[in-house]
Design a protein around this ligand. Structure first.
Ligand SMILES: *Cc1c(COP(=O)(O)O)cnc(C)c1O
Length: 431
C-alpha cells in the first residue's frame, strides 16, 4: 500500500515511512492510495471469525509488506487485549464501551497499535525513536502507557503543572522506565509550543528520530476500524443495522468508521456528535467552515475548532458535501443538555455516561428516526470525569481496580523550565 499526502506536494510512501514520519514533509496527512474491499462472505459470517483474524483481515492490506504476517497478528492481538462490549441500555439505544483499556479511553487502541509498529520499525534503526507529546490530560496517558517498555523507544510527555487530574498525572508520571514525564510550570499551550519548536528544529531532527504519536499518524488512525468491525460482529439481529453515533473532536474515530464502510462494513449511517465546537455541523449545513476559536466544554477532549482529520473524510467522499450528507448526520450538544442527558440516562436506566458519551447519546436522540436503532460509541470511562458525573447522578463513580492501584504509585516526573533550550538538551541526552 502507498500513502499519498493530502497536500499533494510530497512523494507517496509505504506504510513504514508513513508511520515513522507521522506527517508528510509538506505537512499534509497521509491517505491510503486504494481502499481494500472485503468480500460479502466476510461481513456475513463475521460472527464466526475470531477477533485476531478480523483485525488481521482489515489491516493487512494497509500494512502491506512493512510487517511480517506473524508480527502484524501479534500487534493486533496486543491491541485488542481488553474487552469491547456492546451494552444494550434501552430497546433503541446501545453503547459500545471502548474504555476498558489501561487508561480508560478509546485512545488506548490507536496508541497501542502505533507503539508496537514503531517498536518494530525501531529495530532496524541504529538509534532509539523518541516520541514527543504535549498533553492536556488524556493523550499523554494513552501514549505513555502504550509505549511503556516497548524496546527501541523513549517517550517524552510534557504536561502543564496542576492542570491534569491526579489519575491522569499518575497515568503519565508513575511509569518511569522509558517514559519521561516532564511537568512544566505553564499552561498546555506553552507545552504544545515547546513540542512544535522541537519538531521544527531541523538540526535536532538530524540527530535524533523524533516522532509525534499524535492522532494524525496512520498507525493511530487505521486500527480504530477494528472496533467497528467487532461491533458488527456482536450486533444482533443483523437485519437492522444501527445508526452509529461518535463523539467527535478531531474526527479520527468517525473517519475510521467511514473508511471501513468503504471496505464493506454494513453500517449505513453515522452521526458526528459534537459539543459547542460545531465546525463540522456548520460545514454540512452551509458548505463553509466557521472561523471560531475553540470553546471550553465539559467534553474537553472534543474542544477543537479545526478538526484535523476531517480532510480525510472529505477525501473519502471526493469533496462532495451532498454525498457525505447521505451517510453522515452531524449534531451539536451544549453543556446543559450534556448534563441533563447524564442525569436522565442514570435516573431511567441506571447507566452512567461520561460527558463525551453523553454528547453522542444526545446527538443520536436528535436525529434517530422512528424504527431506527442507535449505537453510541463510548470513548471514556465516567470515572475520568468524576465531578460532573457525580453532580448529575448524585453518586460517586467507583474507581475500577486498575486505577485504584495507580493512585498509590509514587510520581517520577521531572520539572522542566518552560524554555526550549532545556527541552532540547534533555532530548539530546536520551540518545
Ligand atoms: C480524543 C477523544 C475524543 C475525540 O476523538 P476524535 O477521534 O478526535 O474525534 C472523544 N472522546 C474522548 C474521551 C477522547 O479522548
Amino acid at each position: 500500500m502507498r500513502y499519498y499526502s493530502l497536500n499533494g506536494k510530497a512523494p507517496a510512501v509505504g506504510f513504514r515511512e508513513a508511520v515513522v514520519q507521522g506527517q508528510a514533509p509538506d505537512r499534509g496527512l497521509y491517505f491510503p492510495g486504494s481502499i481494500p474491499v472485503l468480500p460479502a462472505t466476510f461481513w456475513n459470517r463475521i460472527s464466526t471469525i475470531d477477533d485476531e483474524e478480523i483485525g488481521w483481515r482489515v489491516l493487512a492490506p494497509y500494512v502491506g509488506d512493512a510487517l511480517p504476517e506473524a508480527e502484524l497478528r501479534r500487534i493486533v492481538r496486543e491491541t485488542l487485549s481488553f474487552p469491547l462490549p456492546i451494552v444494550r441500555v434501552t430497546d433503541r439505544m446501545s453503547v459500545l464501551e471502548l474504555f476498558h483499556g489501561p487508561t480508560l479511553a478509546f485512545k488506548d487502541i490507536g496508541a497501542r497499535f502505533l507503539s508496537r509498529c514503531l517498536g518494530y520499525f525501531a529495530r532496524d534503526l541504529e538509534q532509539r525513536v523518541v516520541v514527543l507529546v504535549a498533553t492536556s490530560g488524556d493523550t499523554g496517558g494513552a501514549v505513555a502507557n502504550s509505549f511503556y517498555g516497548v524496546p527501541g523507544t523513549e517517550v517524552v510527555v510534557l504536561y502543564p503543572s496542576g492542570k491534569v487530574s491526579p489519575v491522569q498525572e499518575r497515568q503519565i508520571a508513575a511509569l518511569g522506565g522509558n517514559v519521561h514525564a516532564l511537568e512544566v510550570a505553564a499552561d498546555f499551550d506553552t507545552c504544545q509550543a515547546l513540542v512544535k519548536q522541537a519538531f521544527a528544529d531541523a538540526e535536532l531532527r538530524e540527530r535524533i528520530y523524533l516522532t509525534s504519536a499524535n492522532s494524525i499518524n496512520v498507525a493511530r488512525w487505521l486500527p480504530q476500524q477494528l472496533y467497528y468491525a467487532l461491533a458488527w460482529k456482536q450486533w444482533a439481529p443483523k437485519e437492522t443495522p444501527p445508526v452509529v453515533s461518535v463523539p467527535s473532536g478531531n474526527f479520527g474515530n468517525i473517519g475510521a468508521g467511514l473508511l471501513l464502510q468503504r471496505s464493506g462494513l454494513p453500517l449505513p449511517h453515522f452521526v458526528a456528535a459534537c459539543n459547542a465546537n460545531d465546525a463540522v455541523p456548520a460545514f454540512l449545513e452551509t458548505g463553509q467552515f466557521p472561523r471560531r476559536a475553540a470553546q471550553a466544554t465539559l467534553s474537553n477532549a472534543m474542544d477543537i475548532a479545526d478538526p484535523s482529520n476531517f480532510i480525510r473524510i472529505q477525501e473519502l467522499f471526493g469533496n462532495d458535501r451532498n454525498a457525505l450528507r447521505q451517510v453522515l448526520r452531524a449534531t451539536r450538544t451544549g453543556d446543559a443538555a450534556t448534563r441533563a442527558t447524564i442525569r436522565q440516562v442514570y435516573e431511567e436506566q441506571h447507566y452512567v455516561l461520561d460527558p463525551h458519551t453523553a454528547v453522542a447519546w444526545q446527538g443520536l436522540e436528535q436525529v434517530l428516526r422512528p424504527g431506527e436503532r442507535g449505537l453510541v460509541l463510548s470513548t471514556a470511562h465516567p470515572v475520568k470525569f468524576p465531578q460532573v458525573v457525580s453532580e448529575e447522578t448524585g453518586a460517586a463513580v467507583p474507581y475500577p481496580a486498575s486505577v485504584k492501584g495507580l493512585l498509590d504509585q509514587p510520581l517520577r516526573q521531572a520539572a522542566l523550565p518552560a524554555s526550549y533550550d532545556a527541552l532540547r538538551s534533555l532530548l539530546l541526552q536520551l540518545c
